[in-house]
Ligand binder design. Structure first.
Ligand code: DGL
Length: 262
């Protein structure tokens, strides 16, 4: 129960999930791994993303983690089933299922998804949404520049606003009622995306939904930590200034970042 949760992403995106876990499950410690050396994942092949994900999972398990959260949609889309198969004793969560379950039950009207190429090409959101709600109208678009520009720290700039306009000013999004941010980097520019669409579109992101699902899953597996204080450790495969500044923004100045190759 006292062991930490392992959380990973290609870089800063998964910090949005880690921050929600800290808020929703304040007694849970975690070890975060950002694979900055290999970011972005979204343009890599399924084989490559799966190989990185497997190596990171092995590293996190070697650090005694009790559960793994794949805080990356691209890895959740292409590597989740392999990880579940290779680590059958470990509780593994992806970031896609909690969002699909939420949207399929509460949403009426047209749903849009924006994500990396790897996630969009996998078709996983459409498949899972339509399984739960066959009548749902779903449109999607790959927005491959958004994660790298966030990884480089260009949030809330003309660059991020220009890229959002370029990708989202598309007639396929006309009449949208809900937009899923299918990449854990995107909550860092959520305000800008919401501003582009206006209040009529509800923007759904994964961090809080994933944190709640994690709480439920830990309880079901008798893994919930009864502690009231938690410990957070951060590893990244290559130190970057953007990672340090986003990690400090969420977790304070005192955090410890360790470089770790995988
Ligand atoms: N944050 C990741 C995702 O949710 C990866 C983005 C990337 O590295 O391309 O897809």
């Amino acid at each position: 129960m006292e062991r930490p949760i392992g959380i990973f992403d290609s870089g800063v995106g998964g910090l949005t999930v880690a921050a929600a876990i800290k808020k929703v499950l304040p007694g849970e410690s975690f070890i975060y791994f950002g694979d900055t050396q290999h970011a972005p994942y979204g343009d890599k092949s399924a084989e490559t993303i799966t190989r990185y994900s497997e190596n990171i999972t092995r590293f996190l398990l070697s650090q005694n983690c009790k559960a793994i959260v794949i805080a990356c949609n691209s890895a959740s889309a292409v590597a989740y089933s392999t990880l579940v198969q290779k680590f059958p004793q470990t509780v593994i969560l992806n970031v896609i299922d909690p969002v699909v379950e939420f949207v399929a039950t509460v949403t009426r009207g047209k749903v849009g998804i924006i994500a990396t190429r790897a996630t969009i090409q996998s078709g996983i959101y459409e498949k899972k949404l339509l399984q739960l709600n066959p009548k749902m109208e779903v449109v999607s678009a790959a927005t491959p520049l958004l994660a790298p520009l966030i990884e480089e720290g260009f949030m809330h700039t003309d660059i991020s606003q220009g890229a959002i306009r370029e990708y989202l000013d598309d007639s396929k999004f006309n009449g949208l009622s809900t937009l899923i941010l299918g990449c854990t980097h995107y909550p860092l520019i959520e305000r800008e995306i919401q501003h582009f669409f206006g209040e009529k579109v509800s923007v759904v992101d994964s961090p809080e939904l994933v944190a709640r699902k994690l709480g439920k899953t830990l309880a079901e597996n008798n893994l919930k930590n009864p502690a009231t204080v938690a410990d957070y450790r951060f590893y990244l495969s290559e130190k970057t200034t953007a990672f340090s500044s986003v990690a400090r923004m969420f977790f304070g100045e005192g955090i410890n970042l360790t470089e770790q190759r995988i």
